[in-house]
Design a protein around this ligand. Structure first.
Ligand SMILES: Nc1nc2c(ncn2[C@@H]2O[C@H](COP(=O)(O)OP(=O)(O)O)[C@@H](O)[C@H]2O)c(=O)[nH]1
Ligand SMILES: [Mg+2]
Length: 255
């Protein structure tokens, strides 16, 4: 069946959810997104998940014209999945491009507040990004061991000081961007992976002169499936933060 999809308005949010083996999670998260933000569309970028996540989304997209699927040939990484999704959204004229995990860690019920934070700001404030943040007042993680919380808070504090940005959760992957901000970025030059991708994107917003606001969220660990992140990705991100921080201090680059 080839249903005609609705054309987005310039204020339509596009929630981009990258997936790799999220068959147990994708139906629930898709329903929560579509119910919570009635004007939003959902784009799933699936990297040929062996567990059939792509087929589940294809079935959803066939009967719901707010759901879209991009299938890629193999596991190409989270950062490149988002870049592919951003391009898709820009080509179709969406107003807000949103990053969100499939695993239920990011609460869909905070999406309206995050979208509002960007959409209702006065133009003179230049708010380009709202981060769903664990590490501002009112934000929290409910089910992490103390050691993991310490690691994430520590990495974020280090990044805040090193980069000279007043962002408390720079590694967060729950984000609402103004599409016109992403349109001004050179997406071809992004090759950061994992947490580096989120930090890189934050620096790019800052380089555009954009303000970044943090909206508190309650983050939950995934219940189903396994995390694709590892400790080595955190170490890699901190090395990159050190390099970027030094470059910024020496004014070699704005990012
Ligand atoms: N398309 C795609 N999605 C990915 C890839 N790696 C991770 N993801 C998805 O990105 C989101 C975040 O990954 P996750 O493993 O939960 O990372 P964590 O939350 O940092 O533990 C989830 O929706 C994953 O399914 C990838 O290589 N390609
Ligand atoms: Mg996760």
């Amino acid at each position: 069946m080839n249903r005609k999809k609705t054309v987005p308005l310039e204020s339509t949010p596009l929630v981009i959810v990258p997936t790799y083996n999220e068959a147990e999670n994708i139906d629930g998260i898709a329903r929560r997104i579509l119910d919570t933000v009635p004007e939003a569309h959902l784009l799933v970028v699936d990297d040929a998940s062996p567990d059939g996540t792509g087929d589940l989304v294809e079935a959803m997209a066939a009967s719901n014209d707010r759901v879209h699927l991009l299938r890629r040939a193999g596991k190409l990484g989270l950062g490149s999945a988002y870049v592919t999704g951003f391009r898709w959204g820009l080509e179709r004229g969406y107003g807000y491009l949103i990053e969100m995990d499939a695993d239920g860690s990011h609460p869909a019920d905070r999406l309206p507040a995050m979208i509002q934070a960007v959409a209702t700001a006065a133009p003179s404030e230049h708010v380009m990004l709202a981060i769903g943040s664990r590490w501002v007042r009112g934000g929290k993680v409910v089910d992490w061991p103390k050691r993991r919380e310490f690691l994430s808070r520590g990495a974020n504090t280090y990044a805040r000081i090193m980069l000279g940005l007043s962002v408390h959760d720079i590694t967060a992957g729950f984000r609402v961007y103004r599409a016109d901000a992403i349109a001004r970025m050179d997406l071809d030059s992004i090759d950061s992976k994992g947490y580096c991708f989120q930090i890189d994107m934050t620096l790019r917003v800052d380089a555009l002169g954009g303000r970044i606001v943090e909206v508190p969220i309650t983050f939950r660990d995934r219940i189903y499936g396994v995390s694709k992140m590892s400790q080595s990705i955190i170490v890699e991100a901190m090395l990159k933060v050190t390099q970027w921080g030094i470059e910024r201090r020496l004014h070699l680059k704005r990012r």
